[in-house]
Design a protein around this ligand. Sequence first.
Ligand SMILES: [Fe+2]
Ligand SMILES: [Fe+2]
Length: 331
Amino acid sequence: MPATDTRAGYSKKSWDAVASRMRGKQLSSHPILATLYAEHRYMGTLLKLLESQVDSLEQDEAVDPQVLYESLHYMTHFPDAFHHPREDLVYARAGELDYALADSVDTLQRDHDYLSKLGPKALDAAAHWEETGQGADKLQKTVRDYVTTMYKHMEVEEALVFPEIERVLSDEDWAELEREDLMSPVPDPVFGPRVEREYRNLARKARRALRRGAEDAALVEWIGLEAMLEGFEVLAIAGENSRAAAAQHLNEAGGEAMDLVRDALGGRGIFTLPFRCTLVGASHYISFLKDLGGIAIDSSADLGELRRGVRQRLGLVFDPQADQATSSSRN
Ligand SMILES: [Fe+2]
Ligand SMILES: [Fe+2]
Protein backbone atom coordinates (compact mmCIF):
# COMPACT_ATOMS: atom_id res chain seq x y z
CA MET A 1 0.00 0.00 0.00
CA PRO A 2 1.17 3.56 -0.62
CA ALA A 3 2.18 5.56 2.43
CA THR A 4 -0.52 8.18 1.80
CA ASP A 5 -4.04 6.84 2.32
CA THR A 6 -5.76 6.47 -1.03
CA ARG A 7 -8.88 4.87 0.43
CA ALA A 8 -10.32 8.23 1.41
CA GLY A 9 -12.14 8.57 -1.92
CA TYR A 10 -9.51 10.91 -3.25
CA SER A 11 -10.06 12.13 -6.80
CA LYS A 12 -8.70 14.71 -9.17
CA LYS A 13 -11.20 17.19 -7.65
CA SER A 14 -9.04 17.65 -4.56
CA TRP A 15 -5.94 18.08 -6.67
CA ASP A 16 -7.80 20.57 -8.88
CA ALA A 17 -8.78 22.52 -5.75
CA VAL A 18 -5.15 22.72 -4.61
CA ALA A 19 -3.93 23.61 -8.11
CA SER A 20 -6.56 26.33 -8.55
CA ARG A 21 -5.79 27.82 -5.09
CA MET A 22 -2.20 28.23 -6.26
CA ARG A 23 -3.14 29.62 -9.68
CA GLY A 24 -1.74 33.06 -10.41
CA LYS A 25 0.44 33.02 -7.26
CA GLN A 26 4.20 32.94 -7.37
CA LEU A 27 4.84 29.24 -6.76
CA SER A 28 8.22 29.74 -5.13
CA SER A 29 11.18 32.08 -5.40
CA HIS A 30 13.54 29.08 -5.28
CA PRO A 31 14.09 27.58 -8.77
CA ILE A 32 14.16 23.98 -7.49
CA LEU A 33 10.84 24.26 -5.67
CA ALA A 34 9.25 26.32 -8.47
CA THR A 35 10.31 23.58 -10.91
CA LEU A 36 8.75 20.88 -8.71
CA TYR A 37 5.47 22.84 -8.59
CA ALA A 38 5.52 23.33 -12.38
CA GLU A 39 6.19 19.62 -13.00
CA HIS A 40 3.13 18.81 -10.86
CA ARG A 41 1.01 20.82 -13.34
CA TYR A 42 2.44 18.76 -16.21
CA MET A 43 1.83 15.50 -14.38
CA GLY A 44 -1.68 16.66 -13.43
CA THR A 45 -2.44 17.18 -17.14
CA LEU A 46 -1.35 13.63 -18.03
CA LEU A 47 -3.09 12.10 -15.00
CA LYS A 48 -6.36 13.61 -16.24
CA LEU A 49 -5.76 12.05 -19.66
CA LEU A 50 -4.96 8.70 -18.04
CA GLU A 51 -8.04 8.91 -15.83
CA SER A 52 -10.29 9.63 -18.81
CA GLN A 53 -8.85 6.56 -20.60
CA VAL A 54 -9.53 4.33 -17.58
CA ASP A 55 -13.07 5.73 -17.32
CA SER A 56 -13.60 4.77 -20.99
CA LEU A 57 -12.13 1.31 -20.40
CA GLU A 58 -14.48 0.71 -17.45
CA GLN A 59 -17.50 1.90 -19.43
CA ASP A 60 -16.59 -0.13 -22.55
CA GLU A 61 -16.07 3.04 -24.55
CA ALA A 62 -13.33 3.70 -27.11
CA VAL A 63 -9.88 3.94 -25.55
CA ASP A 64 -6.82 5.58 -27.13
CA PRO A 65 -4.12 2.95 -26.46
CA GLN A 66 -1.36 5.33 -27.56
CA VAL A 67 -2.37 7.97 -25.01
CA LEU A 68 -2.59 5.31 -22.31
CA TYR A 69 0.81 3.79 -23.10
CA GLU A 70 2.69 7.03 -23.79
CA SER A 71 1.34 8.76 -20.65
CA LEU A 72 2.49 5.83 -18.50
CA HIS A 73 5.80 5.71 -20.39
CA TYR A 74 6.36 9.43 -19.65
CA MET A 75 5.37 9.03 -15.98
CA THR A 76 7.78 6.13 -15.48
CA HIS A 77 10.67 7.69 -17.44
CA PHE A 78 10.51 11.34 -16.41
CA PRO A 79 8.94 11.91 -12.96
CA ASP A 80 10.31 8.60 -11.64
CA ALA A 81 13.78 9.37 -13.03
CA PHE A 82 14.04 13.08 -12.16
CA HIS A 83 11.12 14.61 -10.24
CA HIS A 84 10.92 12.13 -7.35
CA PRO A 85 14.70 11.68 -6.90
CA ARG A 86 15.10 15.49 -6.75
CA GLU A 87 12.33 15.71 -4.17
CA ASP A 88 14.07 12.96 -2.18
CA LEU A 89 17.22 15.12 -2.01
CA VAL A 90 15.22 18.16 -0.85
CA TYR A 91 13.26 16.03 1.66
CA ALA A 92 16.44 14.52 3.09
CA ARG A 93 17.82 18.01 3.77
CA ALA A 94 14.52 19.26 5.24
CA GLY A 95 14.22 16.14 7.43
CA GLU A 96 17.70 16.76 8.86
CA LEU A 97 16.78 20.33 9.77
CA ASP A 98 13.29 19.82 11.19
CA TYR A 99 12.38 16.77 13.26
CA ALA A 100 8.60 17.31 12.85
CA LEU A 101 8.97 17.45 9.07
CA ALA A 102 11.05 14.25 9.01
CA ASP A 103 7.92 12.10 9.48
CA SER A 104 6.00 13.71 6.62
CA VAL A 105 8.91 13.52 4.18
CA ASP A 106 9.54 9.90 5.16
CA THR A 107 5.93 9.12 4.19
CA LEU A 108 6.37 10.89 0.85
CA GLN A 109 9.63 9.04 0.16
CA ARG A 110 7.81 5.74 0.76
CA ASP A 111 5.19 6.92 -1.76
CA HIS A 112 8.01 7.46 -4.28
CA ASP A 113 9.19 3.87 -3.73
CA TYR A 114 5.65 2.56 -4.12
CA LEU A 115 5.04 4.62 -7.31
CA SER A 116 8.37 3.58 -8.84
CA LYS A 117 7.18 -0.06 -8.64
CA LEU A 118 3.53 0.59 -9.53
CA GLY A 119 4.29 2.72 -12.65
CA PRO A 120 6.23 -0.01 -14.53
CA LYS A 121 3.51 -2.55 -13.60
CA ALA A 122 0.88 -0.24 -15.12
CA LEU A 123 3.08 0.28 -18.21
CA ASP A 124 3.50 -3.49 -18.65
CA ALA A 125 -0.26 -4.00 -18.21
CA ALA A 126 -0.92 -1.34 -20.89
CA ALA A 127 1.56 -2.97 -23.32
CA HIS A 128 0.06 -6.43 -22.69
CA TRP A 129 -3.50 -5.17 -23.18
CA GLU A 130 -2.54 -3.33 -26.39
CA GLU A 131 -0.78 -6.40 -27.84
CA THR A 132 -3.23 -9.11 -26.81
CA GLY A 133 -6.50 -7.38 -25.90
CA GLN A 134 -6.27 -9.31 -22.60
CA GLY A 135 -5.90 -8.12 -19.00
CA ALA A 136 -8.25 -5.10 -19.07
CA ASP A 137 -9.20 -5.63 -15.39
CA LYS A 138 -5.61 -5.64 -14.23
CA LEU A 139 -4.88 -2.58 -16.36
CA GLN A 140 -7.85 -0.63 -14.93
CA LYS A 141 -6.97 -1.53 -11.35
CA THR A 142 -3.27 -0.70 -11.68
CA VAL A 143 -3.74 2.58 -13.55
CA ARG A 144 -6.53 3.69 -11.19
CA ASP A 145 -4.29 2.99 -8.19
CA TYR A 146 -1.39 4.84 -9.84
CA VAL A 147 -3.49 7.91 -10.72
CA THR A 148 -5.18 8.08 -7.30
CA THR A 149 -1.89 7.70 -5.44
CA MET A 150 -0.22 10.40 -7.56
CA TYR A 151 -3.07 12.89 -7.03
CA LYS A 152 -3.06 12.32 -3.28
CA HIS A 153 0.72 12.46 -3.14
CA MET A 154 0.94 15.77 -5.03
CA GLU A 155 -1.83 17.26 -2.91
CA VAL A 156 0.00 16.38 0.34
CA GLU A 157 3.24 17.80 -1.08
CA GLU A 158 1.69 21.11 -2.13
CA ALA A 159 -0.81 21.62 0.67
CA LEU A 160 1.35 20.48 3.61
CA VAL A 161 4.99 19.81 2.86
CA PHE A 162 6.30 22.30 0.26
CA PRO A 163 5.30 25.37 2.36
CA GLU A 164 7.10 23.86 5.37
CA ILE A 165 10.18 23.12 3.27
CA GLU A 166 10.21 26.73 2.10
CA ARG A 167 10.13 27.82 5.76
CA VAL A 168 12.86 25.42 6.92
CA LEU A 169 15.48 25.60 4.14
CA SER A 170 17.80 28.63 4.01
CA ASP A 171 19.22 30.23 0.86
CA GLU A 172 22.50 28.42 1.62
CA ASP A 173 20.65 25.06 1.77
CA TRP A 174 19.06 25.76 -1.63
CA ALA A 175 22.40 26.87 -3.10
CA GLU A 176 24.01 23.64 -1.87
CA LEU A 177 21.16 21.55 -3.33
CA GLU A 178 21.49 23.35 -6.68
CA ARG A 179 25.09 22.14 -6.90
CA GLU A 180 23.96 18.48 -6.86
CA ASP A 181 24.34 16.82 -10.29
CA LEU A 182 20.78 15.53 -10.07
CA MET A 183 19.47 19.11 -9.95
CA SER A 184 20.87 20.04 -13.40
CA PRO A 185 17.98 21.09 -15.66
CA VAL A 186 16.62 18.36 -17.92
CA PRO A 187 14.24 19.53 -20.67
CA ASP A 188 10.80 17.97 -20.30
CA PRO A 189 10.28 15.60 -23.30
CA VAL A 190 6.53 16.30 -23.55
CA PHE A 191 5.98 19.82 -22.18
CA GLY A 192 9.39 21.36 -22.91
CA PRO A 193 10.33 23.46 -25.95
CA ARG A 194 11.49 20.40 -27.93
CA VAL A 195 9.00 17.56 -27.82
CA GLU A 196 10.77 14.20 -28.24
CA ARG A 197 9.69 12.20 -31.28
CA GLU A 198 8.24 9.31 -29.25
CA TYR A 199 5.96 11.74 -27.36
CA ARG A 200 4.75 13.96 -30.23
CA ASN A 201 1.34 12.33 -30.40
CA LEU A 202 0.91 12.58 -26.62
CA ALA A 203 2.09 16.21 -26.52
CA ARG A 204 -0.47 17.23 -29.15
CA LYS A 205 -3.28 15.42 -27.34
CA ALA A 206 -2.28 16.84 -23.95
CA ARG A 207 -2.34 20.37 -25.35
CA ARG A 208 -5.68 19.79 -27.07
CA ALA A 209 -7.21 18.30 -23.90
CA LEU A 210 -5.95 21.25 -21.92
CA ARG A 211 -7.30 23.70 -24.47
CA ARG A 212 -10.73 22.04 -24.38
CA GLY A 213 -10.98 21.80 -20.61
CA ALA A 214 -9.28 24.88 -19.25
CA GLU A 215 -10.02 28.54 -18.95
CA ASP A 216 -7.78 30.93 -20.86
CA ALA A 217 -6.16 32.12 -17.63
CA ALA A 218 -5.10 28.58 -16.75
CA LEU A 219 -3.63 28.06 -20.20
CA VAL A 220 -1.67 31.28 -20.04
CA GLU A 221 -0.34 30.22 -16.62
CA TRP A 222 0.64 26.82 -18.03
CA ILE A 223 2.60 28.46 -20.86
CA GLY A 224 4.17 30.79 -18.29
CA LEU A 225 5.34 27.73 -16.31
CA GLU A 226 6.92 26.27 -19.43
CA ALA A 227 8.73 29.55 -20.06
CA MET A 228 9.87 29.75 -16.44
CA LEU A 229 11.43 26.28 -16.56
CA GLU A 230 13.14 27.03 -19.86
CA GLY A 231 14.44 30.32 -18.39
CA PHE A 232 15.93 28.41 -15.42
CA GLU A 233 17.60 26.09 -17.89
CA VAL A 234 19.19 29.00 -19.83
CA LEU A 235 20.43 30.64 -16.60
CA ALA A 236 21.75 27.37 -15.18
CA ILE A 237 23.72 26.73 -18.39
CA ALA A 238 25.09 30.32 -18.24
CA GLY A 239 26.12 29.77 -14.59
CA GLU A 240 27.79 26.47 -15.47
CA ASN A 241 29.69 28.05 -18.41
CA SER A 242 30.82 30.97 -16.19
CA ARG A 243 32.12 28.55 -13.54
CA ALA A 244 33.95 26.51 -16.20
CA ALA A 245 35.52 29.68 -17.72
CA ALA A 246 36.63 30.91 -14.25
CA ALA A 247 38.16 27.50 -13.45
CA GLN A 248 39.97 27.40 -16.80
CA HIS A 249 41.50 30.90 -16.41
CA LEU A 250 42.46 30.20 -12.79
CA ASN A 251 44.17 27.01 -13.87
CA GLU A 252 46.04 28.65 -16.76
CA ALA A 253 47.07 31.69 -14.67
CA GLY A 254 48.33 29.36 -11.92
CA GLY A 255 50.36 27.33 -14.46
CA GLU A 256 51.93 30.46 -16.01
CA ALA A 257 52.76 31.92 -12.57
CA MET A 258 54.46 28.64 -11.61
CA ASP A 259 56.59 28.81 -14.81
CA LEU A 260 57.68 32.34 -13.82
CA VAL A 261 58.53 31.15 -10.29
CA ARG A 262 60.60 28.27 -11.72
CA ASP A 263 62.45 30.75 -14.00
CA ALA A 264 63.08 33.03 -11.02
CA LEU A 265 64.42 30.11 -8.95
CA GLY A 266 66.75 29.43 -11.88
CA GLY A 267 68.02 32.97 -11.49
CA ARG A 268 66.03 34.65 -14.28
CA GLY A 269 64.10 37.84 -13.42
CA ILE A 270 63.77 37.31 -9.68
CA PHE A 271 63.29 41.04 -8.97
CA THR A 272 60.49 41.46 -11.51
CA LEU A 273 58.68 38.24 -10.49
CA PRO A 274 55.88 39.92 -8.42
CA PHE A 275 55.21 42.40 -11.24
CA ARG A 276 55.04 39.69 -13.94
CA CYS A 277 52.79 37.48 -11.78
CA THR A 278 50.42 40.42 -11.35
CA LEU A 279 50.40 40.94 -15.14
CA VAL A 280 49.54 37.25 -15.71
CA GLY A 281 46.61 37.53 -13.24
CA ALA A 282 45.36 40.78 -14.82
CA SER A 283 45.54 39.43 -18.37
CA HIS A 284 43.56 36.29 -17.42
CA TYR A 285 41.05 38.42 -15.51
CA ILE A 286 40.46 40.53 -18.68
CA SER A 287 40.08 37.35 -20.80
CA PHE A 288 37.63 35.97 -18.21
CA LEU A 289 35.55 39.18 -18.41
CA LYS A 290 35.49 38.82 -22.22
CA ASP A 291 34.28 35.20 -21.84
CA LEU A 292 31.58 36.37 -19.43
CA GLY A 293 30.48 38.99 -21.98
CA GLY A 294 30.16 36.24 -24.62
CA ILE A 295 28.18 34.05 -22.21
CA ALA A 296 25.86 36.98 -21.38
CA ILE A 297 25.28 37.68 -25.12
CA ASP A 298 24.48 33.96 -25.79
CA SER A 299 22.11 33.81 -22.79
CA SER A 300 20.38 37.00 -23.83
CA ALA A 301 19.87 35.56 -27.36
CA ASP A 302 18.47 32.32 -25.82
CA LEU A 303 16.09 34.30 -23.59
CA GLY A 304 14.99 36.35 -26.63
CA GLU A 305 14.28 33.09 -28.48
CA LEU A 306 12.34 31.92 -25.43
CA ARG A 307 10.19 35.09 -25.43
CA ARG A 308 9.41 34.58 -29.14
CA GLY A 309 8.47 30.95 -28.37
CA VAL A 310 6.09 32.07 -25.60
CA ARG A 311 4.40 34.56 -27.94
CA GLN A 312 4.04 31.81 -30.56
CA ARG A 313 2.55 29.37 -28.01
CA LEU A 314 0.12 32.02 -26.78
CA GLY A 315 -0.86 32.53 -30.43
CA LEU A 316 -1.50 28.77 -30.82
CA VAL A 317 -3.75 28.73 -27.73
CA PHE A 318 -5.93 31.53 -28.96
CA ASP A 319 -5.76 30.57 -32.65
CA PRO A 320 -6.23 26.76 -32.83
CA GLN A 321 -6.00 26.79 -36.64
CA ALA A 322 -2.35 27.76 -36.30
CA ASP A 323 -1.82 24.54 -34.28
CA GLN A 324 -3.38 22.44 -37.04
CA ALA A 325 -1.10 24.12 -39.56
CA THR A 326 1.94 23.41 -37.33
CA SER A 327 0.87 19.78 -36.77
CA SER A 328 0.31 19.05 -40.43
CA SER A 329 3.62 20.64 -41.41
CA ARG A 330 5.34 18.34 -38.86
CA ASN A 331 3.70 15.17 -40.21
FE1 LIG B 1 6.80 13.41 -4.65
FE1 LIG C 1 6.11 15.90 -6.45
